[in-house]
Design a binder for this molecule. Structure first.
Ligand code: HEM
Length: 676
């Protein structure tokens, strides 16, 4: 949700349509200007519970700054990787040649490498920032490199074959399918060579070129799942409506698959400055619990210290008295320095969550579909903040990563208990500090906030409210946090789930106050709010995002989510963005970048008060304009919603837009209006 664009609202009052609101609307609160509340009805006084509420970033997994987290690599795409042959002593080659993830020393390579180009030494100069270490760093950054939300699942050869472009490339080796899209610019043999294996079972090709390369370690974070020839069609597999035991079983990752991936993560995570110390401690601890075969082979193939991890059994909540509450499963895994708890809420469950350590106890609150569940961990040894909280929107997994106070391997994670589900009675409040102030347009500030303790996640398409007492009245405004990667380079690198695009209205009260905040100032939030159900997008292949002004903010997370989905793969994301003038357009550069990276995304800017040089579409939202801009044949769906529209802006804009879409043939259940 965006703050109310009063200016926009005023200028769009030229329509006198009478509209019945579709059921998808959530008209829970007034939208006008800064809302003054005589009594503080929004801020709950439950602070004694003092868990910062389930607030946070919409889409992509994020992390709070951690001493161990390394900066993410610069975006590798739309750069041509030069195919220069380099000598072994270049920096990248050096790094690669000391690569402990490669099983054999290069000197032991067969003389005939079988290089795909016939040249025995065909290594490419990699772009700066694309060395092996950068790749490991990217793997540890929390970014979902699988493209499927981080959950292992089987892939049919037919599905594999559809992922054969530079912007979406999968490859199978020895029965495992990997998403190699992000690895392309890191591949020492060059992206073009690697692309030869895209969309196919590339085992033979791989073995012909470099059988010694330990691809499964390098691509551990990219594992999509096993290549399976006996799969039902992708549609059947992910259709929950008639879920058969078989399809359920297929959706579940096998323990071995999960373990392999997590083990690989451990391996990479263990590259820390405290290596030696850990090794001795690990050895001590390992005595009591011998490593599994997989772990043993990992340890043997590497001289790095590897910690032992175990999985807890899943722990469904008793739901006899509340049959509608889905079971909550969790498991845990460790490296010598970190403990990771994963909580599974179900595909597209779109959970929110918060986590913090209180008196040595790790408390995690998970909220979804109006239910709140608390997971409590009394750890075997001390944990410390900062905590990282990552949400995988597709799989509904929440990962909570805590730092161990003392690096060592634990025999168990401690005592975990899960409370029974309760209804979310009232939103929580959260004190935050301003950690960055940037600009996204002449009158719009990007405010990055960090919770003063713990970490939080706001479900995709939901919003929070900012509260401020001014002259005895409480002033409240709604904002949908923009996810990672939006804003100018400086702002987009700030890693916090709570980045708000605040447009300043000179006649407003709260927005002038918020846009004048400085780093270090405090802000009170409450939330999350919203009724957007991600499940609605389950079978959507074409999505229309129609936004005006700061109404763009809920669209940002959805846009990324849709482009990242692979099953079903989204065919197109159309953004229609209404503004007054050229200079009012928010995140323009980001949209341009995405357009270059992904041909499925198109953006059309429509201006109501453009300069004379503007050649694009002009005007306000109208039936004529939308029917010109939207391809008519894709507005209707036969059964399930395969085409979907989301709309957000000033109230009149939103209502008019919904009505027009309806007139153009769009079904009510294939639309969602963000109003809050
Ligand atoms: C299947 C399609 C692939 C092709 C056609 C291919 C091709 C090549 C070529 C031509 C080279 C340079 C040759 C040389 O150094 O002798 C190379 C190097 C390399 N490739 Fe690949 N590659 C493929 C897949 C992969 C995969 C899946 C990975 C691992 C994730 C990988 C990792 C590497 C590494 C680490 C090197 C440097 C090897 C060394 O220094 O010994 N490649 N590749």
């Amino acid at each position: 949700m965006a703050d109310t664009p009063e200016g926009e609202a005023a200028s769009s009052r030229n329509t006198s349509l009478t509209i019945t609101l579709p059921t998808v609307l959530c008209t829970t609160e007034p939208e006008n200007s800064d809302i003054s509340l005589k009594s503080n009805s929004f801020v709950s006084s439950e602070s004694k519970l003092s868990l910062p509420s389930n607030l946070g970033t919409p889409t992509s997994p994020y992390k709070l700054s951690s001493p161990l987290s390394l900066p993410a690599s610069p975006s590798p795409f739309n750069k041509t990787v030069p195919q220069t042959i380099v000598k072994q002593n270049s920096i990248n080659s050096k790094e690669n040649s000391t690569n402990t993830l490669i099983q054999q020393d290069v000197t032991k390579k067969p003389l005939e490498t079988g290089s795909a180009t016939g040249n025995p030494r065909n290594k490419c100069a990699l772009q700066p920032g694309h060395s092996l270490m950068d790749w490991i760093r990217l793997g540890n950054s929390g970014k979902d490199l699988t493209g499927v939300g981080g959950r292992v699942r089987p892939v049919s050869p037919a599905e594999l074959a559809t992922h054969n472009t530079q912007s979406d490339a999968w490859l199978a080796i020895r029965g495992r399918v990997y998403n190699i899209t992000h690895y392309l610019p890191y591949h020492p043999g060059g992206p073009e060579e690697l692309m030869r294996g895209a969309g196919i079972d590339a085992t033979q090709l791989f073995d012909k070129v470099h059988p010694w390369v330990n691809y499964d370690s390098l691509l551990a974070k990219c594992l999509v799942g096993p290549l399976r020839f006996d799969l039902p069609s992708a549609e059947e597999l992910f259709d929950n409506t008639g879920s058969s035991p078989k399809s359920d079983r297929l959706r579940e990752p096998s323990k071995a698959q999960e373990l392999v991936r997590k083990s690989m993560e451990n391996l990479a995570n263990c590259i820390t400055p405290v290596r030696k110390k850990i090794t001795s401690k690990s050895e001590e601890n390992v005595k009591g619990s011998p490593p599994s075969k997989i772990m043993q082979s990992l340890i043997q193939s590497s001289d790095l210290p590897v910690s032992i991890s175990r999985r807890a059994g899943s722990s469904p909540i008793k739901t006899a008295d509340k049959p509608e509450v889905p079971a909550l499963r969790y498991d845990w895994i460790q490296t010598s320095t970190k403990l990771t708890i994963s909580v599974y809420t179900g595909p597209l469950a779109n959970p929110g969550g918060c986590a913090r350590i209180t008196e040595g106890v790790l408390l995690v609150e998970v909220a979804n579909n109006g239910w709140l569940r608390t997971l409590k961990l009394i750890p075997e040894a001390k944990l410390q903040e900062p905590l990282q909280l990552k949400v995988y929107a597709e799989s509904g997994k929440i990962e909570i990563i805590a730092q161990k106070m003392e690096p060592c391997v634990w025999k168990s994670c401690g005592e975990i208990s899960v409370g029974s589900a309760t209804r979310v009675s009232s939103p929580r409040t959260l004190e935050c500090s301003v950690v960055h102030v940037g600009r996204v347009a002449h009158d719009t500030t990007l405010l990055a906030l960090q919770p003063q303790s713990g970490s939080v996640v706001v479900p995709l398409g939901h919003h929070i409210r900012v509260h401020k007492q001014i002259s005895g009245g409480d002033y409240v405004r709604s904002y949908t946090p923009v996810g990672e990667g939006w804003g100018t380079q400086n702002s987009s690198e700030i890693v916090t789930p709570l980045k708000l695009a605040v447009k300043k209205y000179d006649d407003g009260i709260l927005s002038p106050y918020l846009t004048a905040l400085n780093v270090g100032d405090s802000v009170t939030l409450s939330g999350p709010y919203g009724n957007f159900h991600l499940q609605k997008l389950k079978s959507v292949k074409i999505i229309y995002l129609i936004a005006a002004g700061t109404g763009i903010t809920p669209m940002l997370g959805l846009l990324r989510f849709m482009l990242m989905r692979s099953n079903p793969r989204c065919d197109r994301v159309h953004l229609l963005f209404f503004n007054k003038t050229e200079s009012d357009v928010l995140f323009q550069e980001n949209f341009e970048d995405i357009t270059k990276e992904d041909k499925r995304f198109t953006v059309k800017h429509i201006l109501s008060d453009s300069s004379s040089s503007w050649t694009g579409p002009k005007g306000r939202i109208s039936g004529q304009l939308l029917s010109e801009l939207l391809p008519k044949e894709t507005l209707t769906c036969e059964e399930r919603c395969c085409h979907f529209a989301c709309i957000c802006g000033p109230t009149e804009f939103t209502h008019a837009g919904l009505q027009i879409l309806k007139n153009l043939g769009m079904k009510e259940n294939c639309m969602h209006a963000f109003i809050g």
